[in-house]
Ligand binder design. Structure first.
Ligand SMILES: Cc1cc2nc3c(=O)[nH]c(=O)nc-3n(C[C@H](O)[C@H](O)[C@H](O)COP(=O)(O)OP(=O)(O)OC[C@H]3O[C@@H](n4cnc5c(N)ncnc54)[C@H](O)[C@@H]3O)c2cc1C
Length: 479
């Protein structure tokens, strides 16, 4: 076995797919008795949608969600505020999925599990990681079933309370604010329409009721109950009736609920030898800005192809690239939480900063740009989409990137003669409408090598440097 992934939340499932689709022998274990059934992270960011397209799960994700609904704040019957979290925009040639897409987390996990199973990997439930040791050649893990597993790499995707992180002794500094708590519940409710979400604020309390995409449920937010003995349905009924002043809204059933505590933490390291942390195991966020799950999925997508290749420089690049991303996501979520605490009028509004499209690895170990006069897009940036012509056929760059290979784009120059086999696919870009040139801003004679995870690794004018770079980074012999 090559890799043991501990935890089958969104991060662990994404990593399982990224590995299994490359033919890596992987097991994904989870200590839970049953699959997770709550809405939790229901906002999928544009960059995550691009990742999902590459992992072949975009269609079911789009089929099971929506763009989110209009929100209205009420005082009694009167609407005192109305707006959208973000205003939907049309796709552009460089950004085919520009909007946040709402899907409940349990549905996203179900879709990822189905894709993983189609690659021959079933999640092993009721199987906890209990302990592990590592040496130069691998990791020996002990599972709650009594089994001992020997793998080349172990990945902790085991959430905020990560056993893997604790066993490694990696500190998890940050803040838990017991005073900032919110009850989140998924409920079946009669008496209200699904055409918009409702908030009835009362002081720092009240209630919110928002339709949950792709289901007949609503997500209810309220202050957590103080009487633990009161059934949760009764508590929500009472709270909504009091906040709305309406007695025609009936809470019929509560399918999931949790009390969220403000918890903002970042692990000091994401790696110890052959053991890696991804997702909440490495960083926990306030839900403001919808960064938690999305950042974890990006961690997995960043690590998958590197574990499959296994070269030192690729594995070394994981922690600095993703630490920077996690810091940025935590800062953003914290700023938005402060806006909510202050009661800013635009606290519900989300701008492009939450979408993940501008995140880059410019100062990362894998980014090299040897042009004297780089344009606006440089090594380390996300490689944008564009409609282009290849061998007389109209294609999208994202179609050329789709799959486990690297992609070499030749702008106004011929493709190098080096034989990379199928590991690197090279295309001379013919750009009839100028979209690729607009997105990449690269002069004639430029070669851009796109990593398997869709970021620009090398930008150069020398074919030899492409061969050198690729051999160095992957640890393969120079073509
Ligand atoms: C109320 C709420 C709203 C949120 N809203 C958003 C949002 O809108 N957008 C967003 O991006 N994020 C949001 N989040 C955060 C998001 O839910 C998490 O970031 C995400 O679930 C983390 O995924 P993960 O795979 O890293 O970990 P988890 O989903 O926590 O999964 C970890 C898994 O590991 C398993 N496990 C734990 N220990 C072991 C062990 N020893 N052995 C085996 N298995 C183990 C657990 O059973 C679990 O299944 C929200 C969170 C909450 C609570």
């Amino acid at each position: 076995m090559d890799v043991l992934v501990v935890g089958a939340g969104p991060a662990g499932l994404t990593l399982g797919i990224a590995l299994a689709s490359r033919g890596v022998a992987v097991r994904v274990v989870d200590q839970a008795d049953a699959f997770f059934g709550g809405s939790r992270a229901d906002g999928i960011m544009p960059r995550t949608l691009e990742v999902f397209a590459d992992l072949d799960v975009l269609d079911p994700v789009l089929a099971n969600g929506d763009l989110g609904t209009l929100m209205r704040a009420y005082k009694g019957d009167e609407v005192v505020w109305e707006g959208e979290m973000s205003t939907p925009v049309d796709p552009t040639p460089s950004t085919p999925y520009p909007n946040i897409w709402m899907v409940p987390q349990f549905r996203t996990e179900e879709i990822l599990r189905t894709r993983l199973a189609s690659l021959g990997v079933e999640v092993e439930m009721r199987t906890a990681l209990v302990d592990f040791t590592q040496d130069d050649d691998g990791v020996t893990a002990t599972l709650s079933t009594g089994e001992r597993v020997r793998v080349r790499y172990l990945v902790g995707a085991d959430g905020g309370r990560s056993t893997v992180r604790k066993k490694l002794g990696i500190p998890f500094p940050g803040e838990t604010d017991e005073a900032t708590t919110v009850l989140f519940a998924d409920a079946r409710i009669d008496g209200i329409t699904r055409d918009h979400g409702r908030v009835w604020p009362i002081g720092d309390g009240g209630a919110g009721v928002v339709p949950l995409a792709g289901t007949d449920l609503f997500v209810v937010t309220a202050r957590p109950p103080t009487d633990a003995a009161e059934p949760i349905r009764d508590y929500l009924q009472r709270t909504i009736t009091e906040a709305s002043g309406r007695d025609d809204i009936v809470v019929r059933e509560v399918t999931w609920h949790t009390t969220w505590r403000s918890n903002t933490r970042l692990a000091e390291r994401f790696r110890d030898g052959r053991v890696f942390l991804i997702g909440d195991a490495g960083h926990v966020h306030p839900p403001t800005g919808g960064q938690g799950m999305n950042t974890g999925i990006q961690d997995a997508y960043n690590l998958g192809w590197k574990l499959a290749a296994g070269s030192d420089i690729l594995l070394d690049s994981y922690e600095p690239e993703r630490m920077k991303a996690a810091r940025a996501a935590l800062d953003l979520a914290t700023q938005l939480l402060e806006k909510h605490r202050r009661g800013d009028a635009d606290a519900h509004v989300r701008g492009p900063e939450v979408q993940g499209l501008t995140l880059n690895y410019r100062d990362g170990l894998l980014s090299r740009d040897d042009r004297e006069h780089p344009g606006a897009t440089v090594a380390g940036d996300r490689a944008p989409d564009a409609p282009v012509t290849v061998d007389g056929n109209a294609v999208r760059l994202f179609d050329l990137f789709h799959g486990p290979h690297w992609t070499l784009l030749a702008f106004g120059t011929s493709i190098p003669r080096h034989d990379f086999g199928d590991a690197v696919r090279a295309y001379r870009i013919v750009d009839p409408d100028g979209h690729a040139r607009a997105a990449y801003d690269m002069a004639d004679g430029t070669l851009a090598l796109v990593r398997p995870d869709g970021y620009l690794g090398l930008v150069t004018t020398s074919a030899d440097r492409v061969a050198d770079y690729w051999a160095t980074v992957t640890g393969q012999s120079r073509p």
